[in-house]
Design a protein around this ligand. Structure first.
Ligand code: ZN
Length: 153
């Protein structure tokens, strides 16, 4: 079973735990960001994380399909809360049943309700700020919006 320290080590080795000034999918700002794509570029790390996530759902029946949001989730079913909700709605519209949601990192400070069981490999509390009350914005540090959401526009 993967331990939190093992997962953090994979993120550190792949320089995927970024520090800076980020606009998250939620619209909040943060000084940290988990760039899962940097970990998943290494097939052996991806395999380890996927096996760890699979173990988290060992008590579930074997699913017919495992679906992940683009782009990172195409490699491994992970994403941020809003993207997961969009994917759940998409799956339901197609007439399929969602039995559970899994992610590599859960950086939510509050519990997330997807309407189905949600499990992650590691839970990390990341400091977030409303943009109107962000000390990094006050310092004039340019904000970077990671992820694939910008590709839609
Ligand atoms: Zn900010």
């Amino acid at each position: 079973m993967l331990q939190d320290k093992d997962i953090l080590e994979l993120f550190k080795k792949s320089e995927a735990l970024l520090s800076g000034h980020f606009e998250l999918t939620s619209g909040l700002h943060s000084n940290q960001y988990f760039q899962c794509a940097l970990v998943l570029q290494y097939p052996n790390y991806c395999e380890l994380l996927a096996k760890g996530l699979k173990e988290k759902f060992a008590d579930f029946p074997k699913p017919d399909k495992v679906i992940g949001p683009a782009l990172g989730g195409v490699t491994l079913a992970y994403e941020l809360a809003r993207s997961v909700k969009e994917v759940i709605e998409l799956i339901k519209r197609e007439g399929a049943e969602v039995i559970a949601v899994g992610s590599v990192v859960n950086r939510s400070s509050q519990s997330v309700d997807f309407g189905v069981p949600f499990r992650s490999l590691i839970k990390m509390e990341v400091q977030t700020y409303q943009p109107s009350n962000c000390p990094l914005c006050e310092q004039g540090i340019p904000v970077y919006k990671p992820g694939s959401k910008a590709l839609k526009k």
